[in-house]
Design a protein around this ligand. Structure first.
Ligand code: 13P
Length: 334
């Protein structure tokens, strides 16, 4: 199969109507933080048990089109010896892989960060393809503050996102491009909208310069909301209105799918907001989810590290996945 056909098949599977993506690609320090909330130690065995129970959830493939894995998970097996990526394929789910190496300070740009991992990326992707990954994810973050993000951070992060996306496509992988405008802070709607518009405009300009094929990529952005410490209450309709206003201006209609991150929104809140977005008019893209915490929090709590809680954890995951699948068509009701 040709490289382009591979990308087309993968994108068609990922943006299937009524489905979304499960982000289960927490890095080692992040999964340790999540496990700490249920007093479970983050050992290789516990991570394998937790993630294999998630992926074995019966009928998960009805509402989940793809799962983003962390490198370690790509090489782990289920209890019966089935490699976890293969377990997903058996569920009709496309396995993907987080490929960035995390973020750190951006020199000469106080308060801003840059994401690393371009060195040797091509070689790593070849290995991930052999292990069954068909799409990739790279996350850049933008802090909102008095002077952040500055123009250097906006440009430098767009460059790495576009370089990564071009490399993925050259090997037949679909890139998820994730510019996350962080929810931390006390900024208002307008400030989040202004930063989101600037960031996305620069990202798409740079994707164009790197000749990234928009038709075989996915955008994974944050929704436009006030900062989490802003006192004003918000409604889902306001989130939908502000988010779509920004996106209509700067996200080309050729992008097939926008899969939002949950970014600190609660499980129910993330569903309700996505639902409102899908009830609005003038949406040229498929608008879905690529949630980590908002899909996993109830399942993680239900599991609590107990082997015999496996099924109730799976039910909790399936419930959130189904509710979010309904929200992709605006049919979720509280
Ligand atoms: P959250 O939905 O928990 O923000 O995670 C999504 C993700 O993949 C962040 O990179």
């Amino acid at each position: 199969m040709g490289i382009q056909q591979q990308r087309q098949d993968t994108i068609a599977a990922l943006v299937a109507p009524g489905k979304g993506i499960l982000a289960a690609d927490e890095s080692s320090p992040t999964i340790a933080k999540r496990f700490a909330t249920i007093a479970v130690e983050s050992t290789e065995a516990n991570r394998r048990e937790y993630r294999s129970l998630l992926f074995a959830t019966p009928r998960l493939g009805d509402s989940i089109s793809g799962v983003i894995l962390f490198e370690e998970t790509l090489g782990q097996n289920d209890d019966d010896g089935t490699p976890l990526p293969q377990r997903l394929v058996q569920q009709g789910i496309v396995p993907g892989i987080k490929v960035d190496k995390g973020k750190g300070p951006l020199a000469n740009a106080p308060g801003d960060e840059i994401t690393r991992g371009l060195d040797g990326l091509e070689k790593r992707l070849e290995g991930y393809l052999q292990q069954g990954a068909r799409f990739a994810k790279w996350r850049c973050v933008y802090h909102i503050g008095g002077h952040n993000p500055g123009p250097l951070a906006v440009k430098a992060n767009a460059e790495v996102l576009a370089s990564y996306a071009a490399i993925c496509q050259s090997l037949g992988m679909v890139p998820i491009v994730e510019p996350e405008v962080l929810i931390d802070g006390d900024h208002d709607w307008e400030r989040c909208a202004q930063v989101s518009e600037t960031v996305l405009h620069e990202v798409f300009h740079t994707l164009h310069r790197h000749r990234v094929e928009l038709e075989t990529m996915i955008l994974k952005p944050s929704m436009v909301t006030p900062g989490k410490d802003h006192p004003q209450a918000t409604t889902a309709e306001q989130v939908a209105e502000h988010t779509l206003r920004v996106f209509r201006r700067v996200v080309p209609a050729a992008v097939p799918g926008i899969n939002f991150l949950s970014g600190g929104q609660g499980p129910e809140e993330a569903t309700v907001n996505l639902n409102a977005i899908n009830q609005a008019s003038h949406r040229p893209w498929t608008l879905s989810f690529s949630y980590g915490r908002a899909l996993q929090e109830p399942a993680l709590a239900a599991w609590g590290g107990h082997h015999d809680h496996r099924e109730v954890a799976q039910q909790a995951l399936l419930h959130r996945a189904r509710m979010n699948a309904l929200a992709t068509t605006g049919e979720y009701r509280t």
